[in-house]
Design a protein around this ligand. Sequence first.
Ligand code: AMP
Length: 590
Amino acid sequence: MAVDSNLSSPLGPPACEKDAKALRFIEEMTRNADTVQENLLAEILARNANTEYLRRFKLGGATDRDTFKTKIPVITYEDLQPEIQRIADGDRSPILSSHPISEFLTSSGTSAGERKLMPTIREELDRRQLLYSLLMPVMNLYVPGLDKGKGMYFLFVKSETKTPAGLPARPVLTSYYKSEHFRSRPYDPYNVYTSPNEAILCPDSFQSMYTQMLCGLLDRLSVLRVGAVFASGLLRAIRFLQLHWSRFAHDIELGCLDSEITDPSIRQCMSGILKPDPVLAEFIRRECKSDNWERIITRIWPNTKYLDVIVTGAMAQYIPTLEYYSGGLPMACTMYASSECYFGLNLNPMSKPSEVSYTIMPNMAYFEFIPLGGTKAVELVDVKIGKEYELVVTTYAGLCRYRVGDILRVTGFHNSAPQFHFVRRKNVLLSIDSDKTDESELQKAVENASKILHEECGSRVAEYTSYADTSTIPGHYVLYWELLVRDEARQPSHETLTRCCLEMEESLNSVYRQSRVADNSVGPLEIRVVRNGTFEELMDYAISRGASINQYKVPRCVNFTPIVELLDSRVVSAHFSPSLPHWTPERRRR
Ligand code: AMP
């Protein structure tokens, strides 16, 4: 029920007083976006004036935008690598930030094969929490009654390490779930989850997933929304149910937890939740044993009103599969964030995935935008509708004019704050889950595998391209190889080609290998050998569609269906990686 009309907001009638306050905050920030940005930059520059980094550029105490932009360069991670390494190694002097760096957030973006380390300070947790607190007030404008049930969210922590100086290095969500902000969150009827904290915080991904799914099944009629951070995570949960439904039914029938779940805190917590329920067990068996899994989400959780998952950017490839499993439920993309900083939220979360726009909140960091193909960065409020920009941030934690690597297109404004469509991340060729592989990483991987081919049978990879195959869950990388076989008597064997698959996996970055080994979110890499002449046909096809013969280059990744079909129709053999690549949480030093 809407509250008192004098609490009303231009975004719509708030569901409760707390929501009214949050919506007012959004209005205030977006109406005054430019002033908020100006003051925020001045605050960052004043408090960090004595850092080694800002002193180097001789700002002389200035805190205005013009001086800042004239004197401070726009940088990438590589430019900051020496400073970051010093902090990681224990230099506690104010290098980037006057506030102590409390931990490093490990980005899914990599540098030299390892996750980038993003410095953060303790108060940034409050800023992230603030953005989270705005999400439900906006959602409540569109979906009433979310306080009458629960959210079934599949949330996970990942492994963490310590830097040589003992600072934690972990993904931003792991940091958040382990924080008091999350663990000791006060009861909020709009934010009740089926997953107990014990399950979310369990570092073993199998036990965590098992328990979260079991709890979701036990509470199936309370579930009003189903989610994960990214679409790939929710599909992984559905696949998990497909593989393990009979174990769940068994546990529910007898009221006892599977013996593979050994985590003591989970066992203790589940002993209070799991009771024998043969009727529910029978229901699960009936629904899951059929081969037809269409609408499985709404069949098992019939009160689900929407899916809460990010399906923008690289995740758009999962929309058709999610539609199939959910019978076309709306998919809400609620926020846009990164390890560097949280950026903003979707003020119209029930919009179609292709129309999702994120409103950048001007209180999160200082934002600049470099027009695509241009060099001069413009202010948040000065971006132009329809144009594409690369996002640059200056954060409280000490990143100054840092290129995030995301390309955004302006779709409109809410008050004076622009709204952006996420276009893509720069230089990403292949992505299944949070892995991101660029062209040079793929090239290196093919070169390394090609050496094996040469040593074992004298052959070489004449041409290659790749494809992110998401028709399987989890999805996997496919490499199409055309071979140059020098000696017909020494055709590459299946064993050699499977070794090549594994060698490529070994060569890919640590996020890819972690996805394979620890998260099981990427399946074994596959080589599809195509017959000779296939890449020439590919070129003919491109030229027939208007490509210039002089400028034609083999695409190193394909996703246009006719091209994938052409390649698939020329496959002579397929080979999968026979085992997992190596991966440990420890970082390799440069
Ligand atoms: P990470 O560095 O691992 O924290 O990942 C952050 C990156 O994930 C962002 O810079 C984006 O490229 C991507 N990302 C985050 N939120 C979204 C979103 N809502 N839609 C599309 N991509 C996103």
